[in-house]
Design a protein around this ligand. Structure first.
Ligand SMILES: Nc1ncnc2c1ncn2[C@@H]1O[C@H](COP(=O)(O)OP(=O)(O)OP(=O)(O)O)[C@@H](O)[C@H]1O
Length: 238
């Protein structure tokens, strides 16, 4: 993180996550072409832009799912794009949470087991993990559904389960890629209300990819991605 040359406190909020001039191509297709941006601690950031502009690829690079071809990703003052895959996997497991458009719940597991999954992967005792997962049921309007399988849920319920799973382990950063994209507007609003409330309570930073201006309006700040670059909204840092 940069600080002012005088040695005084930084004049912008502490950055938890930063992309510096990140580029990534899939074969001949450039997805990112020098994208730079940052997220402050506790900030909810909306990533907007046309279809195919590179939003999801940027989210995957920030979340340690993809390694960029060039450029750097920094998290909590540490460069993460050069980590080996197993170290990036540990970082994703221990520090990040993820919510995708279609929930991607594990169909064989119950609602409470799906929510508990990140805790179990971190080595928590099953009874402790399930207890903590149950604490989220009421919070996200899911009480009574703990034993259901994902196929027995409405789209809105499934997305709320996915959100609980993304937040249960108290991540530093939640990555949400079109978390309301599969829902009607009422269910989408409910998911966004709950996401914003829970993230604020935990002080979790959120990187939220969306096409929907109403969803983006829930964020503290918007950036725009076009042709693989961030063209609008990044903090002016120096
Ligand atoms: N796994 C992949 N293999 C090949 N090309 C890919 C892959 N993922 C993304 N791309 C390409 O990279 C570019 C950026 O894609 P990306 O999914 O990041 O855009 P996006 O802004 O998230 O799009 P959308 O809003 O439609 O989800 C597009 O041209 C896309 O076709």
């Amino acid at each position: 993180m940069s600080t002012s040359s005088s040695g005084a406190a930084p004049s912008w909020p502490a950055r938890v996550l930063e992309a510096r001039e990140v580029s990534l191509s899939f074969g001949q297709t450039p997805a990112l072409r020098g994208a730079s941006m940052s997220v402050a601690t506790g900030e909810i950031l909306a990533v907007m832009g046309p279809s195919g502009s590179g939003k999801s690829t940027l989210l995957h690079c920030l979340g340690g799912i993809l390694a960029p071809d060039t450029g750097e990703i920094h998290f909590a003052g540490r460069r993460i794009d050069t980590l080996r895959e197993n170290a990036r996997a540990a970082l994703r497991r221990d520090r990040f949470g993820f919510v995708f458009q279609f929930g991607q719940l594990v169909p064989e597991l119950s609602v409470e087991e799906n929510i508990a999954l990140p805790l179990l992967l971190r080595g928590a005792r099953r009874s402790d993990a399930l207890n903590r997962a149950r604490g989220w049921l009421e919070r996200l309007d899911l009480a009574g559904l703990e034993r259901r399988r994902s196929g027995e849920l409405s789209g809105g319920q499934a997305q709320r389960v996915a959100l609980a799973r993304g937040l249960v382990a108290d991540p530093d950063v939640l990555f949400a890629d079109e978390p309301t994209g599969s829902l009607d507007s009422l269910a989408g609003e409910r998911v966004m209300d709950l996401l914003v409330t829970a993230a604020r309570e935990q002080g979790t930073s959120v990187v939220l990819v969306t096409h929907d201006p109403r969803v983006a309006a829930c964020a503290d700040r918007e950036i725009m991605v076009r042709d693989g670059r961030v063209t609008y909204g990044e903090l002016v840092a120096s």
